[in-house]
Design a protein around this ligand. Structure first.
Ligand code: HXC
Length: 309
């Protein structure tokens, strides 16, 4: 199987672009870095753990992706500046920033310490802001325009159990996407988001649905996804390639949900084969109603003009 067999895009679509991917040492961040690289971009990945970064760059090199790494913590603005400087120094420019670094753990709200809440807010939200601000000057002179992709989530569409911190952080990330999309469009910088649903084989899933048998978890989760399967890291990474390409060139301030319809999920109230029959029976009953047999006392009260008026 070709390394790009899953991609509908030509391999040179991102040639000449330079992408800095935070959290690029593992999980979704790595796969986004990989796919951008396989489509021609030069890659710099940033993360806290040197061993992960070295291994990731080694894997990218095996696929002929030109890549380097920088160790740093997105919570520290000086680390953000250093990463952008390295990208420009090593590759001559920076055109794409992917904010994929994130933190999360399951915890009931009443057990979440202030430090735990703050830590996730700082990695996800402050980190995305630090990186975006640090990249601004380089992105605004990028030849094909600058782009920021914030990896978000759907946790805060409605609400999600035991992730108060991550839900608040990702809601704020979506707000950053819109605000910076508004403010930086005139500088030729697009700011977009991708909100993944449950993605198989990621550190995030391992933390949120811990189990000895991950395929059993995948099956269970897939039942809550209208498209009937867990997402893959490639689903997310190819969405990123699309947003980086000229096909996404008029999109800014928007977060693309890539979740197979997961956040829309509601339990099926009635088996599909019973809907039509039941609905018609109810309908004919309702049409057979007369004021004497169909209107409730309450309805009559409401429809009767008030004597006090
Ligand atoms: C309760 C916890 C906890 C847990 C940490 N804390 N884990 N509280 N339950 N399981 C608390 C600590 O007790 C501490 O508060 C505070 O959080 C900070 O913890 P530290 O270990 O000091 O922080 P740090 O070393 O910076 O680690 C940050 C981290 C860690 C978020 C806790 O897990 C991390 O670095 N994660 C990065 C990788 C990751 O999580 N990837 C998955 C992302 S998935 P106190 O008060 O006790 O000192 C993702 C997807 C979202 O984002 C959407 C999914 C659909």
């Amino acid at each position: 199987m070709s390394r790009l067999s899953a991609s509908p895009f030509v391999t040179s679509i991102l040639a000449g672009r330079v992408a800095l991917v935070t959290g690029g040492g593992s999980g979704i961040g790595f796969e986004v870095a990989r796919q951008l690289g396989l489509h021609g971009a030069k890659i710099i990945i940033m993360g806290r753990r040197k061993s992960f970064l070295e291994k990731a760059v080694g894997l990218l090199a095996q696929e002929a992706v030109q890549a380097t790494w920088v160790q740093g913590d997105v919570r520290q603005s000086e680390d953000a500046d250093k990463a952008v400087e390295k990208a420009v120094h090593d590759f001559g420019s920076l055109s794409i920033l992917v904010n994929a670094a994130a933190g999360n753990f399951l915890v009931a709200g009443e057990d979440l310490s202030t430090k735990g809440f703050r830590t996730v807010m700082e990695i996800d939200t402050v980190g995305s802001f630090n990186m975006s601000r640090a990249a601004f000057k380089a992105l605004k002179v990028a030849a094909e325009g600058g782009l920021i992709i914030n990896i978000s989530a759907t946790l805060h569409y409605g609400a999600t159990w035991y992730q108060t911190h991550a839900s608040a952080a990702k809601a704020a990330v979506d707000s950053l996407t819109r605000s910076l999309g508004l403010e930086w469009g005139s500088f030729g910088i697009r700011v977009v988001g991708i909100a993944p649903g449950p993605i198989a084989d990621t550190p995030g899933m391992a933390k949120l649905a811990p189990a000895d048998d991950s395929s059993a978890v995948d099956e269970l989760v897939a039942e809550m996804i209208p498209l009937g399967r867990m997402g893959t890291k490639t689903d997310i990474a190819l969405a990123a390639v699309f947003l980086c390409s000229s096909a996404g060139g008029f999109i800014t301030g928007e977060t693309l949900v890539v979740d197979g319809g997961h956040w829309l999920f509601k339990p099926q109230m009635l088996p599909r084969e019973l809907v039509s029959d039941m609905s018609r029976r109810v309908e004919s009953k309702s049409r057979a109603m007369t004021p004497s047999n169909g209107l409730s006392a309450n309805a009559e009260t409401i429809s009767r003009p008030s004597s006090r008026l």
